[in-house]
Design a protein around this ligand. Structure first.
Ligand code: TMP
Length: 203
């Protein structure tokens, strides 16, 4: 099973990573936690670049997909083939949300990269942590060393959020919207029920 976590910066997905890992382990699954951009030695180097150096939006998109290509080859496919549950903190929905929604690249251009890099691989479930942009911005204000994306203005994050929600409407079977403004306990209850339903439908 391939699960991805998505959402605007500050939507709270990171608070649930360890809990998700434990949830699957408690069911007896072997779990591979990973992230994008990153997840491989080359991917982590590309992450440093893309999070901290200014560049053209198309360069940014190409780097995201270059890192993804490595990640799929080195980590995601081998782990899935070995029967592990793969949980990736972000994947291609983030490119559509940030590089298309946020930066304004045409979706058709990213669709070409998507079909080039992973035509035959999609997440089974995507947990999209959603939060009003102003609340996410307030949470981000406490970030110690904000990266290039976290430093963007509220309207950038509002476009990213809108792009994510549009994708959730297009792929309702795969993308489950999680209300990130609820308490930790409430969010976990929703996560557990979404995952139980997904496991049942995949069984
Ligand atoms: P993180 O803060 O969740 O680790 O993600 C790093 C940043 O990279 C986040 O602001 C979103 C951004 N990003 C993109 O712009 N496009 C992508 O394809 C991915 C995977 C992340």
């Amino acid at each position: 099973m391939f699960i991805t976590l998505e959402g605007v910066d500050g939507a709270g997905k990171s608070s649930h990573l360890a809990w998700l890992e434990d949830w699957f382990k408690a069911r007896g699954n072997r779990v591979r936690m990973t992230r994008e951009p990153g997840g491989t030695p080359i991917g982590e180097k590309l992450r440093e670049l893309v999070l901290h150096e200014s560049m053209h939006p198309e360069t940014e998109a190409l780097i995201m997909f270059a890192a993804r290509r490595e990640h799929i080859e080195q980590v995601i496919r081998p782990a899935l083939a070995a029967g592990e549950v793969v949980i990736s903190d972000r994947f291609t929905d983030a490119s559509f949300a940030y590089q298309c929604g946020g930066r304004g690249l045409p979706e058709a251009r990213l669709a070409v990269l998507e079909s080039w890099v992973h035509a035959d691989l999609q997440p089974d479930v995507t947990l999209l942590f959603d939060l009003p942009t102003e609340i996410a911005a307030r949470r981000l204000a406490n970030a110690r060393a904000p990266d290039r994306f976290e430093r963007e203005q509220t309207d950038f994050h509002a476009r990213v959020r809108a792009a994510y929600l549009r994708r959730a409407e297009c792929y309702p079977q795969r993308i489950k919207v999680i209300d990130g403004s609820r308490s930790l306990e409430q969010v976990r209850m929703q996560l557990a029920s979404e995952l139980a339903a997904a496991l049942e439908s995949l069984a």
